[in-house]
Design a protein around this ligand. Structure first.
Ligand SMILES: [Ca+2]
Length: 117
């Protein structure tokens, strides 16, 4: 996968996403659901290239996978002051996306999760 430099803050889609992320982060601990989030921010209706951009932002170390520590900081990609996901939320996120059970979410798994949201 090609590594792209992409500034989320300057993206037009950010305004919408950030607003929703803000409302999500105000919710109580253990209230986060990846499917609900993707549906709320409209990500499930985006084209594959747009979803890929989001994936590359979430994959902070550009390993090609979203690992557990990257999942935990998921909300902070959308809003800087957002809380980290709780251990239970991170585990649930991983379980929802990690179909082959390798403990991380690859591009195929991420796009499947987003598009089924
Ligand atoms: Ca990674």
């Amino acid at each position: 996968m090609q590594v792209m430099s992409y500034s989320f803050q300057s993206s037009a889609v950010c305004l919408v996403l950030c607003r929703y992320a803000l409302s999500i982060m105000l919710l109580a601990n253990d209230s986060f659901s990846p499917k609900k989030f993707f549906a709320m921010v409209g990500l499930s209706k985006k084209s594959p290239p747009e979803i890929e951009k989001i994936f590359m932002i979430l994959d902070q170390d550009k390993s090609g996978y979203i690992e557990q520590d990257e999942l935990q900081l998921f909300l902070q990609n959308f809003s800087k002051g957002a809380r980290p996901l709780t251990a239970a939320e991170t585990r649930a996120f991983l379980l929802a996306g990690d179909k082959d059970g390798d403990g991380k979410i690859g591009w195929d798994e991420f796009s499947n999760l987003v598009m089924s949201s």
